[in-house]
Design a binder for this molecule. Structure first.
Ligand code: NAD
Ligand code: ZN
Length: 382
């Protein structure tokens, strides 16, 4: 029996207050409105951005909220005006959008800074009416980055939905909706190392290791990995990284260590930590004259990036990238196809180190807080 047009009752993991374990609740999910899609989420994983907004240390609190943005699922029903997808289509919800109409979406020079749907971590409502589609006994529950995938059903703006090849295994391609594209794209689309160049990767979570995979595929001769957690180095060996630097092992700034290791600095660096200190180090460790640093980590609200202007004058380039500079609707179906055809060179199994049933979602938070494993796949149907 079709559920289109009706309120769906299902399970969701609700964050009631900062830092408290999520609780699985029965929620009501309203039907999609104009330009919206209701999706049955089958798999979701945890990215560090979810943890930041759950902990809310240095971020704007908004509770009760349904977090989650790295996910895959199947369209259940669509709202008025939606023609790109239909019930039954396999999709990835994406935390940043592409309206295809604004100045950014039409620009050849901008990729995913859509005026309407660019990532907004502080908004907890849908654009159509400024209201939530989630409620418990009529009490609204806020959304997160327009995706809220810690729910068996969610409502997403069509501009944040990538329709993918229906033969793609939804558990494997789930991390493409955030971590993989964010890191991989930051290297291959933005840092663009040339064959034989040296690359430093700061932060060895799934995002950083996807960035490292990008460097390997671009033909980097040395990939120098930087992390504060030594446990990460074991994990990273499976990704072919051979040089590790733990800033804690030195009594001087890590950028100086890297400059010495490389005789002047790396050609490219990609920062995937969220620490402003690491961002500064990542920039200052690139070679003068041509070095390029790409920032990916999400900083705290009050962070400020400080470096001497001479570091820029000496012809270093500082860049930043959301979602690896991929356009969510235009590029992601093609990324998934390339993954399926083994053209990306990425083995998704290496990134999916744990899996839990929905009821154990808090375990995925524990793993991330302790720096254990990479992505923990949460099975919403289990
Ligand atoms: P993660 O927690 O799995 O990995 C982060 C790693 O950084 C950890 O191993 C941690 O030990 C290390 N780290 C922290 N501070 C460090 C420091 N000062 N020096 C060296 N290493 C340090 O997180 P993740 O899910 O891989 O996400 C990485 C970052 O990317 C987060 O900040 C996340 O919010 C951000 N992110 C950005 C985008 C984007 O579009 N720009 C998208 C997704 C995630
Ligand atoms: Zn747009």
């Amino acid at each position: 029996m079709s559920t289109a047009g009706q309120v769906i009752r299902c399970k969701a993991a609700v964050a009631w207050e900062a830092g408290k374990p999520l609780s699985i609740e029965e929620v009501e999910v309203a039907p999609p409105q104009k330009d919206e899609v209701r999706i049955k989420i089958l798999f979701t994983a945890l990215c560090h951005t979810d943890v930041y907004y759950w902990e809310c240390k240095g971020y704007t609190p908004l509770f009760p909220r349904i977090l989650g943005h790295e996910a895959s699922g199947i369209v259940e029903s669509v709202g008025e005006g939606v023609t790109d997808v239909k019930p039954g289509d396999h999709v990835l919800p994406i935390f940043t959008g592409e309206c295809k109409e604004c100045k950014h979406c039409l620009s050849e020079e901008s990729n995913n800074m859509c005026d309407l749907l660019r990532i907004n971590c502080d908004r907890g409502v849908m654009l159509a009416d400024g209201k939530t589609r989630f409620s418990i006994n009529g009490k609204p529950i806020y959304h997160f980055v327009g995706t809220s995938t810690f729910s068996q059903y969610t409502v997403v703006h069509i501009g944040q939905v990538a329709k993918i090849n229906p033969t793609a295994p939804l558990d494997k391609v789930c991390p493409i909706s955030c971590g993989i594209c964010t890191g991989f794209g930051a290297t291959v689309n933005v840092a663009k190392p040339k064959k034989g160049q040296t690359v430093a990767i700061f932060g060895l979570g799934a995002v950083g290791l996807a960035a490292a995979e990008g460097a390997r595929i671009c033909g980097a001769s040395r990939i120098i990995a930087v992390d504060l957690n030594p446990r990460r180095f074991e994990e990273a060996k499976r990704f072919g990284i051979t040089e590790f630097v733990n800033p804690k092992d030195y009594d001087k700034p890590v950028q100086e260590v890297i400059v010495e290791m490389t005789g002047g600095g790396v050609d490219r660096s990609v920062e995937c930590t969220g620490s402003v200190q690491a961002m500064i180090s990542a920039f200052e460790c690139v070679h003068d004259g041509w070095g390029v640093c790409v920032l990916v980590g999400v900083p705290k609200k009050d962070d400020a990036f400080m470096t001497h202007p001479l570091n820029l004058l000496s012809e270093r380039t500082l860049k930043g990238a959301f979602y690896g500079n991929y356009k969510p609707r235009t590029d992601i179906p093609m990324v998934v196809d390339k993954y399926l055809n083994k053209e990306l060179g990425l083995d998704m199994d290496k990134f999916i180190t744990h899996s839990v049933p929905f009821a154990d979602i808090n375990k995925a938070f524990d793993y991330m807080l302790q720096g254990i494993g990479l992505r923990c796949m949460i099975h919403l149907d289990a």
